[in-house]
Design a protein around this ligand. Structure first.
Ligand code: PLP
Length: 435
């Protein structure tokens, strides 16, 4: 798709030139740099409801939602007010505040399989701490992850599959010692045989398995329910802890995340994104016995200067109060299904090799010509079609995360008009790509 020069992006371009002198790639998190779709990242000036405006005043319906946290849209008045009211009393104390207990109680009352939790400041921190806890609790060192799951930028998890049947990982980032990577075993998703072989050989050394039960950071790789239930049973049988990384799926597909959706109970769960209402928050939780290993009760150290920050807690509590309202998730899913089927019907009618895969209010453009893909190696590495569509949509007032591997999110703030408008633009975009 050609860049439409009639649209003014000069302020974003100027700001990006400047930011490149300050930050590697001009950004504070790599995917924001538009490397994968090409072109200049838009600098966002403001957001309201389901819409955002860039620094040149161009308006977009937003399906990135800050990469997942904004399940109630931008600047929701109730969340905004809670943040402002809390901030009036100061931003941080490094001492306990009642806000932390209020948010914890709200979550623990509704998620029966965790008795206690710990708040921290990001999803990465939550995962890192959960892994340490699993190792401390089991007194074992190796961990299992799945190819195609993302768990933040934790050293031990920036690891890709090596070669061989039961493979020890090799680091996927410079700066991660091979010695760390070797403690991580990488398995293919949705592959029960690979999991069994691994456990049969190494269960004495494996502390935990970590999985995104709804893998949504590298396409949307929905797992067979039987794979997830077998995973749960095998972990129990071999004395291996199961960690559900629900940083993206928690409070998104149901209040209790994928665990509630699939009715499968992990030993440790991690949250983030939605739980912070747009402010930086993470959490990990488990049964009382496991959590008793966490410092100062137990020997597993974990701390944070801004952990449980009252302003973030207030944003989280306001957000989750909205999510806990009756039919919240049903309505969100209904909206998403309407949007997705409209586009899929169009693609079918016109024989276009694209399919929107969805669960709850998460969806993904699968340009793979087949509906269900459950493992990372089935994704078509050629993202040309998505990249063309992305640029077409930027010219038409629809904003997606700038990578074909990323999912889109629908929020309670998206109106049926905004969704119908966006679906029209997407259909026109697809038509233009395949002409
Ligand atoms: C986003 C994400 C993380 C990392 O969270 P950050 O807040 O970006 O550190 C970890 N796990 C999953 C499943 C995520 O989606």
């Amino acid at each position: 798709m050609k860049i439409d020069h009639s649209i003014n992006r000069s302020t974003s371009e100027k700001l990006f030139q400047e930011s490149q002198t300050y930050f590697p790639g001009g950004v504070n998190s790599p995917v924001r740099a538009f490397k994968s779709v090409g072109g200049t990242p838009l600098f966002i000036a403001k957001g309201n409801g389901a819409e955002i405006w860039d620094e040149d005043g161009n308006q977009f319906v937003d399906f990135c939602g800050s990469w997942g946290p904004l399940i109630n849209g931008h600047n929701h008045p109730y969340i905004y007010q809670s943040v402002v009211d809390t901030l009036k009393n100061g931003a941080s104390f490094g001492a306990p505040t009642r806000k932390e207990s209020e948010l914890a109680k709200f979550i623990l009352d509704r998620i029966p399989f965790i008795d206690k939790l710990r708040f921290l400041s990001s999803g990465t921190e939550a995962v890192m701490s959960a892994i340490r806890l699993a190792r401390g609790y089991t007194n074992k060192t190796k961990i299992v992850k799945f190819d195609g799951c993302y768990h933040g930028h934790v050293d031990a998890l920036l690891v890709k599959a090596g070669s061989g049947l039961v493979t020890f990982g090799t680091s996927s980032s410079a700066g991660v010692p091979e010695a760390f990577a070797n403690e991580t075993i990488v398995l293919p998703l949705n592959d029960l045989d690979a999991l069994k072989t691994c456990f049969e050989n190494l269960s004495n050394e494996i502390a935990c398995v970590i999985i995104e039960p709804i893998p949504a950071n590298n396409g949307l790789l929905l797992q067979d329910l039987s794979f997830l239930t077998d995973l749960r049973e095998l972990c129990t049988a071999y004395g291996i802890l199961l960690i559900f990384d629900e940083v993206i799926s928690g409070f998104r597909v149901a209040f209790g995340g994928a665990a509630e959706h699939y009715k499968i109970t992990p030993d440790i769960v991690t949250y983030g994104k939605i739980m912070g209402g747009g402010l930086p928050v993470g959490a990990y939780g488990a049964k009382r016995e496991i959590m008793s290993f966490v410092s100062p009760d137990g020997p597993v150290y974990q701390a944070g200067t801004l952990s449980g920050n009252p302003v973030a807690m207030a944003a989280g509590l306001a957000q989750l109060s909205l999510c806990a309202q009756e039919n919240f998730y049903e309505e969100l899913e209904k909206k998403t299904t309407t949007f997705v089927s409209d586009i899929n019907d169009f693609a079918n009618t016109h024989h276009l090799p694209v399919e929107l895969v969805s669960i709850g209010s998460i969806f993904w453009f699968s340009f793979n010509g087949k509906k269900r893909i459950a493992a990372a190696d089935q994704i078509d590495a050629d993202m040309t079609s998505f990249n063309k569509l992305h640029h077409f949509l930027l010219n038409r007032g629809v904003y997606f995360g700038p990578s074909g591997y990323e999912v889109g999110f629908i929020s309670s703030a998206h109106t049926s008009e905004q969704l119908a408008f966006s679906a029209e633009q997407i259909k026109e975009g697809l038509k233009a790509i395949y002409q």
